[in-house]
Design a protein around this ligand. Structure first.
Ligand code: GBH
Length: 461
């Protein structure tokens, strides 16, 4: 008698899409080659105290020069799809004007190399590397940046649309807006909440403008979407203060993006909360119909789930500026090297909730993964069983969400290889492939072998 597997991963269909993901600034290096100009990240890295040990993306994984080798590495993992991002300051130096052919040619070669090896390219147009010149003119808080983004998007789209079917406009606008303009934790490092809320709107507008134009000029059906980082926001207790804090966190984390994208309106409670702080979303007539241009796929990036209290440690429900408090309360779960709690069950709940609140929108997990304190042996091999466990439980969580009715069609591991982890520099490693930054040698970790075998098993159903 053959025992049926009770691993939820074995319920995934053989048609499930598997991939690995990266982003341009995190892997490419070659920061000043072939006409590339600085992005806000080049500037931020050169600002003392902003990035761990003053690291930057000047060389990173040197992917720009090692691309064919890296595509071969991707092929060896047995994935269907590779999700990468295009660097705006390579394709359109300075953020406006004509295309820079030398910069765009890199992505042309990358796409050809992928197709040659039987790997589908999945292009993300913007993964945080805004041309510095556009930031100097105000950045995402300024409306014109949305139009600049749509123009840039079309330069890339026109070149690659004959070979690329799947497109993501923006990666994680929450990070661009909040970490970049409200909390100063990422480039450009501003701390201005009203500016951040303007950035939210202009990011969404840029998405919608690009989506409309891409769809109109697509030579064949395309698969178009946006990627959001999302988690769960649960109240610490059922007190009114905690419930309201969790609602506000969810409002700015999920609904301020999902509601305009899907329903063409901002959530009333979020608009009210912002108004109470004297902040207005700079909506102009017609914007919301642009933002809600139909999409085919929602990219979901999941890392952790959160619990919120409406009071600070001393019990106050207002901060120094008089704004209501939302304090993330650790739940004592095991954490990754980032200090992020490991809560796979929250992943199932998030996906189930999204499928209920925003029905009819297929989802793909465009990022999920974890940093751990890797130790390489003398051959450079990392026995990262903690990362294997993270992937195993989180892919299982996706499978459970599917069983509960969520329409999730694929999963991308973050990340193909160790890379520049933004403000954490090279200290934090998310790769399933180890990168030795002295030699640039790539060595698949235990997790890469596990991922390859898991894909093979599910495909064979
Ligand atoms: C992604 O962002 C990025 O797309 C990618 O470039 C990056 O390398 C990767 O994740 C890893 O960081 O402190 O528990 O409250 C992740 C967005 C937003 C996820 C903040 C974690 C805080 C978790 N992150 N969030 S916690």
């Amino acid at each position: 008698e053959v025992k049926e597997s009770d691993d939820p991963i074995d319920t995934l269909p053989s048609s499930f899409r598997w991939g690995v993901a990266t982003s341009a600034y995190q892997i490419e290096g070659a920061h000043d080659e072939d006409g590339r100009t600085p992005s806000i990240w080049d500037t931020y890295c050169r600002t003392p105290g902003m990035v761990f040990e003053g690291d930057n993306g000047d060389v990173a994984c040197d992917h720009y020069h090692r691309m064919p080798e890296d595509v071969e590495l991707i092929r060896s993992l047995g994935v269907d799809t590779y999700r990468f991002s295009v660097a705006w300051p390579r394709v359109q130096p300075g953020g406006r004007g004509p295309v820079n052919h030398a910069g765009l040619a890199f992505y042309d070669r990358l796409v050809d190399e992928l197709l040659d090896k039987g790997i589908d390219p999945w292009v993300t147009l913007y993964h945080w590397d805004l041309p510095q010149e556009l930031e100097d003119e105000g950045g995402w808080p300024v409306r014109d940046t949305a139009y600049r983004f749509a123009d840039y998007a079309m330069l890339v789209f026109d070149q690659l649309k004959d070979r690329v079917q799947t497109w993501t406009t923006l990666n994680e606008p929450w990070c661009s807006a909040m970490l970049g303009y409200a909390y100063g934790r990422q480039a450009p490092g501003r701390q201005d909440m009203p500016a951040a809320i303007s950035a939210v709107h202009h990011l969404l507008l840029g998405h919608g403008l690009a989506a409309q134009r891409m769809r109109a000029e697509a030579p064949k059906p395309i698969e178009l979407g946006i990627t959001l980082n999302m988690g769960t926001s649960d109240p610490a207790t059922d007190s009114e203060l905690d419930v309201a804090a969790a609602r506000r966190a969810d409002g700015l984390g999920v609904r301020i993006y999902m509601d305009p994208l899907v329903h063409g309106r901002y959530p009333a409670d979020v608009v009210e909360d912002l108004a109470a702080r004297g902040i207005r979303i700079p909506i102009r007539p017609g914007d919301l119909s642009v933002i809600s241009a139909p999409i085919d796929v929602l990219g979901v990036n999941f890392y952790s789930g959160h619990v919120f209290a409406g009071t600070d440690e001393s019990g106050n429900d207002r901060d120094a500026d008089g704004n209501p408090v939302e304090r993330a309360v650790p739940q004592g779960h095991p954490v990754t090297a980032m200090g992020w709690e490991i809560v796979p069950d929250a992943f199932t709940r998030l996906l189930t909730r999204l499928s209920e609140d925003y029905p009819g929108l297929p989802m793909v997990i465009t990022e999920n993964g974890a940093a751990f304190e890797d130790e390489a042996d003398t051959a450079g091999f990392v026995r990262d069983f903690d990362r294997v466990d993270y992937f195993n439980t989180h892919i299982g969580a996706v499978a459970r969400a599917r069983q509960a009715g969520a329409d999730v069609r694929g999963y991308f591991a973050w990340s193909l290889m160790d890379n520049f982890e933004w403000s954490y520099g090279y200290e934090k490693r998310f790769g399933i492939v180890r990168v030795d930054y002295d030699t640039q040698v790539r060595t698949p970790k235990q997790s890469a072998l596990w991922y390859r075998d898991t894909i093979k098993r599910v495909r064979g159903h």
